[in-house]
Write a protein of this length. Structure first.
Ligand code: SF4
Length: 364
């Protein structure tokens, strides 16, 4: 798109209006309409005269992300295949918790990192999502939850893609989510997940946005982690931990470690003790997640008794730790199970209603 109004902050929209010979306040009105009113098209921007609405539609096309298909699990989790302006698709998930609803959003079409346990990386990466496309998934979540009298409490950038491999889009998207005139969410309620791109973690530490950082660790040493995550060859554990120490020092946000438990691969108690020694360097929380099955990989989730034994080692060492509830597994909406929604039909034009038919998952 030549002019991507959805990715512009309020100041950029004010400049856009000025360049078009219009007063700056038109930019503020547009920003408010995009993120507070969440208009589907310029037609709904009723504070603008009809002539300006027509001009805007011609000069600055507004194409929001749209729900193409929706699927709900018995536990309330809802997976949504999201259509993008160019016909590409990603997936986002609405998740119910005791504190309210969170939305898990995608940052790339596919993923280039290729972790050996994750469905999202199987087809590689097609493109980055724009800042507007990332934030607009949250806006879509707000709209869908408002229908139930609910709202988005937390956002996880944990869907398809490596957020820090799309650094500019991710950071600008986070600013749109946080802006009080945008989606108005506290940085503390935004979580960026990363496979451990150490230089980008250091860069993020200097952005002045104290988001929670969730690191896919999955093993406490390079030998086991390297088997599961090829990215470990570029960024082994020692430089990764140094980057995380920097993030902690600059933001004072404790680091969250994600640790998938895979039967016989990374769930031994010797590894649990090694994990304790690794993560106690600065404040942290460990999320243990029994691996969610993806048919292309030969693993099994750790049995419940092993999960308990692994957790006990962390508990006894005083490491803050939870075993994550496996929300949405039956609709492949759980961690590591999201794909690009390739099996669905054509993307509807902006403003169309989502399909009610069940998801057709062609897979990547
Ligand atoms: S776990 Fe994250 S970084 Fe790894 S392949 Fe999946 S989406 Fe990409």
């Amino acid at each position: 798109m030549a002019v991507d109004v959805l990715s512009m902050d309020r100041t950029a929209l004010e400049h856009l209006m000025e360049e078009g010979g219009l007063p700056r306040y038109r930019g503020r009105q547009l920003f408010h309409a995009l993120w507070k009113t969440r208009v589907a098209s310029y037609d709904a921007l009723s504070v603008w005269p009809a002539t300006l609405r027509s001009r805007a539609a011609a000069e600055w096309p507004l194409v929001r992300v749209v729900p193409v298909e929706r699927q709900q699990a018995r536990d309330g989790t809802e997976k949504i295949v999201v259509g993008l302006f160019d016909g590409e698709r990603v997936e986002m998930v609405l998740l119910p918790h005791r504190f309210g609803w969170s939305v898990c959003v995608s940052t790339q079409v596919g993923c280039a990192i290729g972790c050996h346990f994750c469905a999202s990386g199987l087809a590689g990466k097609t493109r980055n999502l724009s800042a507007g496309e990332i934030a607009d998934q949250v806006a879509l979540g707000e709209t869908l939850l408002a229908e139930r009298g609910e709202r988005v409490r937390r956002v996880d950038l944990m869907g398809i893609g490596e957020p820090l491999d799309n650094y500019a889009g991710t950071v600008a998207g986070l600013r749109l989510m946080h802006d009080p005139d945008g989606l108005g969410l506290s940085y503390r309620h935004l979580t960026v997940s990363t496979s451990g791109l150490a230089p980008r973690i250091r860069k993020l530490a200097d952005e002045g946005m104290p988001v929670t950082l969730a690191v896919s660790l999955h093993a406490p040493n390079d030998a086991v982690r390297g088997e599961l995550m090829p990215v470990n060859r570029a960024y082994p554990i020692a430089p990764l931990m140094d980057a995380l120490a920097t993030y902690w020092e600059r933001t004072r946000r404790r680091i969250t470690y994600e640790y998938l438990l895979i039967d016989g691969v990374n769930d031994g108690l010797t590894l649990a003790r090694e994990l304790v020694r690794l993560v106690r360097r600065f404040p942290c929380h460990v999320n243990l997640i029994p691996w969610n099955p993806v048919p292309e990989f030969p693993y099994r989730p750790s049995p419940p008794a092993q999960v308990t034994a692994f957790r006990t080692v962390l508990d006894e060492a005083g490491i803050s730790c939870t075993v994550r509830r496996e929300l949405g597994q039956e609709i492949e909406a759980a961690c590591g199970q999201l794909r690009r929604g390739l099996g669905a039909g054509p993307t509807p034009a902006s403003g169309q209603q989502p399909s009610e038919r069940p998801l057709s998952r062609g897979g990547a």
